[in-house]
Design a protein around this ligand. Sequence first.
Ligand code: 6PG
Length: 247
Amino acid sequence: MAAVYIHPDPDSLALAAARLIAQEACRAVEERGCFVIALAGGTTPRRAYERLAEPPFLELVPWQDTHAFWTDERCVDSADPRSNERMARESLLDRVPIPQGQIHPMRCGSSGAAARYESLLRTYPRLDLVLLGLGADGHAASLFPHSPVLSEKERWVAPAPAEAVGTDGGTLPRMTLTAACINAARHVVFLVSGAAKAQAVKAALEGRPGLVDLPTLLIHPVSGALSWLLDREAAALLSGTTSDGAG
Ligand code: 6PG
């Protein structure tokens, strides 16, 4: 069962997300000596990453024991404004004392790149936290409706074919964590903001099971937690009353 937290506006959503990431980081390092996170792409997480790079979280998070992966990447140069790596570096990783050797961007486009990323990921302990955004079409990471990657049960990382129409207005080849990988995490957190996502949020949280064209319905951590951090606009079409505040 997913925990749903609704915040008044994008700024309070970003603060709640930064707080949750910091809490998970402290707990992971206390219990297991390291914190392994998979960062979401797109635009929604930017404000949360910026908050995480500011006091008090800048001092709270055990950056020396933090290892950063990505949930997905567009196959563009890391300097390209559409790059998820660029967004995370600008808003967070270039502003905190995380060791450079503990930052693992996806480099997609060459053959075998997904397999190499998976091999690296498998040398780490279980992902402690996976952050996901939500597309208006119900996609998460680069798991788009009707994509062949949705049926991947074994691999943890896969190329997402160029026919997967991206939210960036064009069809970009991508690389993505698979649902099998995401569902193995200790905690999966969706960060969703804005009225444009309200329909997709309703379908994901209240939709009919088996809606095959809704990738988010594949996201069910096997033994981990699932949380949705929403702002009021993104939650506007939900019928149930859900908790405000924490999370
Ligand atoms: C990507 C993201 C993608 C994103 C959603 C929401 O590379 O595009 O991984 O899954 O999270 O499309 O994007 P916004 O946060 O920009 O609305």
